[in-house]
Design a protein around this ligand. Structure first.
Ligand code: FEO
Length: 164
């Protein structure tokens, strides 16, 4: 059985992962209106990944005999600047999420909750990938600079992203 503290913290993380989905969906709507369907597609896939993350917490709470409690999700920003700014924002957001996952892990250590430690190791690894992918795109966009041709090429490339 999960402790009440661990359960509350994980319920909070369900909300945080769903907020991530909301944030990326908001970025997707920006790219749709900016006629960059490849970037929009990438963001929509990212949003579905975040829903899957929230469901991992949901199922885990249930598996451990806990109770899921859904919280209100904040409204994400809707006004964005350049494509580079958006990915910088995504990278910063992922760093914040990494911090949240690490906090959950620290709590599981404090509570000697071994199953939760194992469960969270997946997320610790996933966050390395999440940060790496956002950082890689930032580097690519920096190289593209102000070139519309390079941006359109990147857009075509991002249209190929497949979900897990
Ligand atoms: Fe669920 Fe992007 O971390």
């Amino acid at each position: 059985m999960l402790s009440k503290t661990m359960q509350d913290a994980m319920n909070e993380q369900i909300k945080n992962e769903l907020y991530s989905a909301y944030l990326y969906l908001s970025m997707a709507t920006h790219f749709e209106s900016a006629n960059l369907p490849g970037f929009a597609h990438w963001m929509k896939i990212q949003a579905t990944e975040e829903v899957k993350h929230s469901m991992k917490f949901f199922e885990y709470i249930v598996d451990r005999g806990g109770k899921v409690s859904l919280k209100a999700i904040d409204q994400p920003p809707a006004d964005f600047k350049t494509t580079l700014d958006i990915f910088k924002m995504a990278y910063k957001h992922e760093q914040k999420v990494t911090g949240m996952i690490h906090k959950l892990y620290e709590l599981s250590l404090k509570e000697n909750d071994y199953p939760t430690q194992v469960m969270l190791q997946w997320f610790i690894k996933e966050q390395v990938e999440e940060e790496k992918s956002a950082e890689g795109i930032i580097e690519q966009l920096k190289m593209a600079g102000d070139s519309s041709a390079a941006l359109l090429m990147a857009d075509r490339q991002f249209a190929q992203r497949k979900g897990d």
